[in-house]
Design a protein around this ligand. Structure first.
Ligand code: CA
Length: 427
């Protein structure tokens, strides 16, 4: 089926300012609550939030097989479970109805009032009821930096790293939507002299700049997904800040890896940008050698050119650009991650979430964590207000932005934000 929604020449009768992340070529999906307390699934064009529950009720999806209440829900799970054909039909129809030449909704003020809201007057909610959450470790530059900082003995990369996308099972319950304050976690760390465990608020609270993809129900228990089929099951992507407590992590990680240092919170952006919308920015994945057959794709254009900028906003409102990275820096692709996740027969369900792992590029300004940027606190960075940071202070607001751009179109993810607040004192 042709993705007519991606037509770069299309203009909408809704005003979209230049440089906006949400032109009519984007059509992402999210969940919001209106000022009348109605929760609905919606999309966004420009500065407008579009209520797809009302849109469906008023007949604008006629001819597309959809259940009546598919969009009147507090999560996208059922819609995502409907599969790629439905996602495409729905996106194509929305593009058509909001096309500048289409009068049906444009010239119906009553319907417009029921369907279209100012995006600043709705509150974005978590778009999915997150099923399982895996976090991969798929950026080669990041893995190399980590190995170097920790002085790992097996060379720049552990000897397994180039043979499979490593990952860990994360907590789905603490995935929160952009804007949710992040309480500084308490935990057990090793005393400064390295002799005894101590308990208190984490002193090395960090961000991790990542993206994540969301799947539909993909495979039955016991049946792996072939790497060349995996993309069929990926609904779309979000920005992900996988908050990490480095001091807790350092003490608890031997030998099983991170546990409480990562599970206290992970923030995602509210609009899921479909893989279909990202299609014009598909690009070659990094060169890989000696792959086992189950990880070897026929086609090697499995990455996407997505710019990732991260800002640290201090309490005086200064925006400090601290990282400029790109999704295409990721070594293991999303399809390889999904093939690997399921090669042992593990089943994947609708609204499962898969994090990329911290996305670092080659240069120092493109690393995706303060751990790398400050070399685990050894080299503080200076901010616009002349203060210094090794790790995050209370009051710091981290803002992730992601966008794709070519000669004709720019689409983006909006913001993924989280502000650090102190947690109540524990006994
Ligand atoms: Ca991570």
């Amino acid at each position: 089926m042709k993705i007519t929604a991606n037509n770069p020449d299309r203009k909408s009768w809704l005003n979209v300012v230049n440089g906006c992340d949400f032109p009519i070529q984007n059509i992402p999906f999210g969940v919001f609550i209106t000022k009348d307390d109605i929760i609905t699934i919606g999309t966004r064009i420009g500065e407008y939030a579009i209520d797809l529950g009302a849109f469906h009720q008023l007949g604008y999806f006629n001819g597309i097989p959809l259940t009546d209440d598919i969009f009147m829900q507090d999560s996208l799970n059922d819609f995502i479970a409907d599969g790629r054909k439905t996602w495409r039909l729905v996106r194509n129809r929305i593009a058509d109805v909001f096309d500048a030449e289409n009068k049906t909704l444009r010239d119906n003020p009553k319907h417009r009032e029921a369907i279209i809201f100012d995006v600043n007057e709705v509150e974005m909610l978590l778009p999915i009821d997150v099923g399982d959450f895996t976090d991969f470790y798929s950026s080669k530059y990041h893995a190399q930096n980590v190995a170097e900082i920790y002085n790992l003995k097996n060379g720049p990369l552990q000897n397994n790293w180039l043979h499979m996308p490593l990952g860990l099972n994360q907590r789905a319950s603490s995935v929160v939507v952009s804007g949710t304050p992040i309480k500084r976690p308490y935990g057990q760390t090793l005393s400064k002299d390295g002799t005894t465990p101590v308990f208190g608020p984490s002193e090395k609270l960090d961000m991790e700049v990542e993206t994540a993809f969301v799947t539909t129900a993909a495979n039955h228990f016991g049946e792996p997904i072939p790497v060349d089929e995996a993309e069929e099951y990926i609904f779309g992507m979000v920005l992900l800040n996988d908050w990490s407590s480095r001091d807790v992590q350092q003490w608890e990680s031997k030998p099983l890896g991170p546990f409480l240092s990562k599970s206290f919170a992970s923030t995602i952006s509210p609009w899921i940008v479909t893989l279909d919308a990202l299609e014009p920015w598909r690009c070659e994945s990094p060169k890989q050698e000696k792959l086992l057959p189950y990880l070897k794709p026929k086609n090697t254009a499995n990455s996407f050119d997505i710019n990732l900028n991260t800002y640290l906003e201090t309490e005086n409102g200064d925006l400090n650009l601290i990282s400029e990275s790109n999704f295409k820096n990721i070594y293991w692709t999303m399809t390889q991650q999904l093939a690997h996740q399921t090669i042992n027969g593990c089943n994947v369900r609708a609204a499962d979430l898969f994090g990329s792992g911290t996305i670092s590029g080659e240069s120092n300004k493109s690393v995706g964590s303060l751990f790398e940027l400050t070399w685990n606190g050894e080299q503080p960075i200076k901010l616009k207000d002349n203060s210094e940071r090794t790790y995050l202070n209370n009051g710091d607001n981290i803002i992730l932005r992601g966008y794709c751009k070519n000669d004709t179109t720019r689409i983006g993810f909006g913001k993924c934000t989280g502000k650090i607040v102190p947690s109540k004192k524990k006994k």
